[in-house]
Design a protein around this ligand. Sequence first.
Ligand code: SAH
Ligand code: SF4
Ligand code: F3S
Length: 466
Amino acid sequence: MKPTADPKTGASATNRSQPKSVYIKTFGCQMNDYDSAKMLEQLRGENYLPVESPRDADLILVNTCAIREKSEHKVYSLLGSLGEIKRSRPDVVIGVGGCVSQQRGDEILKRVRSVDMVFGTDNLFELPEMLREVAGGNRVVRTAWHDRKRKVDNFIPDFRLDAASLPKAAQSVKACLAITKGCNNYCTFCVVPYTRGREVSREPDNILAEAQALVDNGAREITLLGQNVNSYKTGSARFVDLLEQLNGIGGLARIRYTSPHPKDFGEELAAAHARLPKLCEYIHLPVQSGSNRILKAMRRNHTIESYLDKVTMIREKVPAMALSTDIIVGFPGETDQDFEDTLSLMRQVRFDHLFAFKFSPRSDTPAADYRHQVPEGVRAERLARLFELHEVIRKERSEALIGTRQEVLVEGPHPRETGAVTGRTRGNKPVTIPRRSAEPGELVPVTIVALRHQSLVGRETPSGSQ
Ligand code: SAH
Ligand code: SF4
Ligand code: F3S
């Protein structure tokens, strides 16, 4: 289905005629989702409208992730199937952006004939220019880094989101906002410093203007994004200052951030959670392993002891804090004992959510060449054991909330249960509220009455009542 013309899309006078259609497929993390949203915004200005299927699109963009081998495979397999569309409609333009593009550059053009342009993570704001080059008959590669000598940057150009120009579906209750990009940590397993470059922080004014635009557009919750988000720093603001300023935005109900690095997590940030009403009781604090030997080989710059001290400090300041983490199993050299230490850390901290992965060797990273790679079978078995243990903990942590009062930010109607709505607590736990109609964005005070599979069940309890 072709989109119909929309007079409010902001299309310039020169290309106002027949709108074109774009399909964007996004792999990877929230930063990639955010970048894809920025691509779409720019393309709206070029008179493109989004469509749901690549078969209907004049322009197909694939925003790629390189974090694990599997992520990269998925990209090439999608590009393979998009090739069929290109063969049947040679005019369709196929562009590949994101982390795989940054790392592989023109290798993608050589490997996949149907691709017209490849662009890196610093080049997404050059999309209109690149499209003009493709229209001129060229295959385009742009992966040059922008100058990062300056420590502070407005890597997101001035943001002028016009709420009236967006279709309803684009007006989301939950929004993401990038405040830093890149990473200087060079953990030995991780490709991100090579795909996102050196770390740079964005000016607070630029961030606040975008936050205000998101709120004007219906956002009630904002998640600040950065590869190492709590190392945010400009000449005028540190991370906590920025949180404080965002806390002052009227109409915004909740602030979250991801991912903080344990080595940069200090007392002041923990105290901000107790002090700033909009900052939620949820922290995703990636630990990666429960063994100091492995943490050292990963070059994580924190130890188990320092991590546990921080968890204790956080829980002293905010006892209701929900915690989640990332763990890699089967890092080169990980012994049975190292893995047992990871299980024991899990029992000690009792994380509410877990994101765990089998180690995947990535090109450019030192760990890919380490000796004593752990066999795939062992990695798989360890991952299964870790998830099994965590499932018990997750259930217990959720059941412990039965009988407590929670605030739910409604996201929309329940996908399967008629008459119910769903949302999340401030601790990021999913909640279903049966027999309740509510608009997305409404804050409903509930008492948790049950745990059903992955979701809590809440009954509305107006504040003041028991
Ligand atoms: N900036 C975040 C991590 C971003 S990548 C941080 O510092 O924690 C998200 C997660 O992917 C990582 O936390 C790690 O657990 C996992 N990951 C990264 N590289 C990996 C690799 N080579 N193999 C398996 N998992 C990996
Ligand atoms: Fe990767 Fe480490 Fe940077 Fe996180 S902190 S993005 S794991 S290098
Ligand atoms: Fe993937 Fe790049 Fe994000 S490698 S996890 S899309 S920063």
